[in-house]
Write a protein that binds this ligand. Sequence first.
Ligand SMILES: Cc1cc2nc3c(=O)[nH]c(=O)nc-3n(C[C@H](O)[C@H](O)[C@H](O)COP(=O)(O)O)c2cc1C
Length: 200
Amino acid sequence: MSNRLSDDALDRIFREARTHNAWLEESVSDEVLRELYELVKWGPTSANLSPARLVFLRTKAAKERLRPALMEGNVEKTMAAPVTAIVAHDERFFDHASRLFPHYPAIREMFASSPKVAEETALRNGTLQGAYLIVAARSLGLDCGPMSGFDNAKVDAEFFGASDRKGWRSNFLVNLGYGDPAKLYPRGPRLPFDEVCRLL
Ligand SMILES: Cc1cc2nc3c(=O)[nH]c(=O)nc-3n(C[C@H](O)[C@H](O)[C@H](O)COP(=O)(O)O)c2cc1C
């Protein structure tokens, strides 16, 4: 298996990568956020329709807009993080079919005619793209703190009323920055292969 990543890379992306709650005083530039998206966008999605939409909150004023929606336990670390990404999806994602799936743009109708299929597809693929975000961030040397402890309706009302963001729906949040390893809790175990996998 000569084309596998090095053990060092696998450690940094998976085995030793932790969920961080405390952040070093090191900022994350807009250039790094652009570089991050340039990796995230290549992750696969259904019919390449790429429903995720990302809002990077990296100023105090933007963070303050998020504060009222956060669960109490998520406030301090989110306010302290250099960046908080709102991982959202566009419920009208299929309107881009002719650009993103040009060899079969009629796929749009499959979603336009069924709100249930569209909603499931947006959530499934938007969540996948959120996971790509975590893996890409770790690959760039950033640390992440994903969170679902917040009021989605409040976030949607606060951030997604503007005409160019109408129809965006929040899924989860990811704090981004350089984590303080001294403040980590002991790591939780994971389930072993034989308990969760079946080889058929
Ligand atoms: C989708 C998602 C939602 C989460 N929500 C919260 C949250 O609201 N608050 C929190 O403190 N941690 C939250 N976590 C963090 C998890 O508890 C953490 O990632 C998990 O325990 C694994 O920790 P480790 O990466 O350090 O091994 C969330 C993680 C994910 C992926």
